[in-house]
Design a protein around this ligand. Sequence first.
Ligand code: SF4
Ligand code: SF4
Length: 458
Amino acid sequence: MFINEDYINGLLEQARGASKEEIQQVLKKAEKRAGLSHKDIAVLLQIEDEKQLKEMYKLAGEIKESIYGKRIVIFAPLYVSDYCVNNCVYCGYKRCNKFTRRKLTQEEVAEEVRLLEKMGHKRIALELGEDPVNNPIEYVIECLDTIYKTQNSNGEIRRANVNIAATTVDNYRRLKEAGIGTYILFQETYHKPTYEFMHPKSIKGNYDYHTTAFDRAMEGGIDDVGAGVLFGLADPKFEVLGLMIHNEHLEEKFGVGFHTISVPRLKPAEGMNLKDFPHLLRDEEFKKIVAVIRIAVPFTGIILSTRENEDMRRELLKYGVSQMSAGSSTGVGGYKAREAGESVEQFKTSDERAPLDILKELIGDGYIPSYCTACYRMGRTGDRFMSLAKSGNIQYVCEPNALTTLMEYALDYGDEELRKKTEALIKARSEEISRDDIKRIVIDNVKKLKAGERDLYL
Ligand code: SF4
Ligand code: SF4
């Protein structure tokens, strides 16, 4: 196993006594974009001094902007089944919670997709519990097919990422053939004793099988994988080092590491009490964690969900978050239920604003909300994506695609205010694009969109 608990504990122990000068040296090294060692990352995680924290946040923000520019990718989750045979201590869907479980029929999946499309979404994350009888791989593949086929006037889902339990190489191969975007699987915790405690008597309780799932996914041909831990289960510093080591393992073995890292924090759910979890993260510590991840893996997207409230989401965008969900429901059939004023959720969300309001705020804060799905459709996945990101040229596709998809959104789903803001933003940003050919593409795309063309990207 590539995760070695003693090794990580040793790094944390060594870093605990880091002096201000040693921390400053690591910050300097990070500023020069020199690769950071495990020990360096452990040292950054120790920063407590206000001045050094500010310096680190500033650096994380600069790194983020130099790679991704101002674009923030928007997506929403789609929960299709809450059947689950596992008993994860922290989750509202665990098998010992008694409620009427359901899985959506394909007609119901289509109905949810139409509601997501009505909100303007183009990119979703398909979510379902682990249940070999109720949620077999065939069901997942059928759902993917329905998602891609379902249209709602100009709306269509152009990229479906999938979050399903660890499975076999053969099943991953089938997902790849079905057009999966990123395969998402949260480790929950890298700390094995905690992992086993949190996943009692269940399929998911097999730490080694779970932790090697991305190896099998890559063997099955999936080259975009999205990792994450549930912050609040074990020592967050341990988790960050676990993530880094896991990422390096994949880079060494398959030539490409995580496409994204999600940073969910434990939230209240049915049948659990937050008081039983001794490692809950204070806001300040959470911000630090996100900044360290951004600095340590600059080319990996960081995803934030609506678990976090507006203020935290706003703040973390500055330090490293590059994708966020909007208008989310975390219940099966949740989008339809929301229209009817009901809800059964996997966990509590904290930002319940509609995408339109989130977009307006993002633009007001100087970002470009993006519905881009171009890389996946251009075959820029895995190492092809990473080499584009590392060359620094990703901004020449991200920004024009962000501006184009935002314009498309504004025309199809925006109100007068958003359309005006979008036009002004496109005018200002396109003036700043240094390459004339790219500038022209953006201006032409806006004209084409106004003339009725859709789904333009490069
Ligand atoms: Fe099931 Fe996933 Fe919830 Fe665990 S976290 S109980 S596997 S839905
Ligand atoms: Fe993501 Fe690629 Fe679009 Fe940039 S161009 S937002 S990396 S899909």
